[in-house]
Write a new protein. Structure first.
Length: 128
């Protein structure tokens, strides 16, 4: 998919997170399928890895290795005005949104190798 942004402007943080959420889910599911097993177990594994708590932890695993530009994307998305669901921890929800925005930003800017590198570091090794 090719993104065409007028005057070099990119989508906002929450739009990037919206895209990044799908990309993160796809990455997790591809790796669970490659690992094999029953669909029900893969589904439970995916749910446990794409929740706000797990995504917040994933961001923590990669935070020290981010470039300044990546840290800026994370910071903007983390601070974006949003209303977390009532059952979600607000801090975890904001960190999860930041991770998703980072993934979306890397995708939109054509940095697919970096996106895959960070995703492989972000997810717990025992699941892959």
């Amino acid at each position: 998919m090719i993104f065409n942004f007028e005057h070099g402007s990119l989508p906002g943080s929450l739009e990037l997170a919206y895209l990044g959420d799908s990309l993160y889910d796809l990455y997790v599911r591809e790796h669970l399928i490659a690992k094999g097993g029953r669909v029900r177990a893969m589904h439970r594994g995916a749910i446990s890895l794409v929740c706000a708590h797990a995504q917040s932890e994933a961001l923590s695993r990669i935070a020290d290795g981010l470039t300044e530009a990546e840290k800026d994307v994370v910071r903007r998305a983390r601070n974006a005005h949003q209303s977390p669901p009532k059952n979600a921890d607000p801090g975890e929800y904001h960190h999860a949104t930041a991770l998703e925005a980072l993934i979306g930003w890397l995708y939109v800017t054509g940095q697919r190798d970096r996106m895959n590198e960070l995703l492989s570091l972000a997810l717990p090794e025992d699941n892959f």
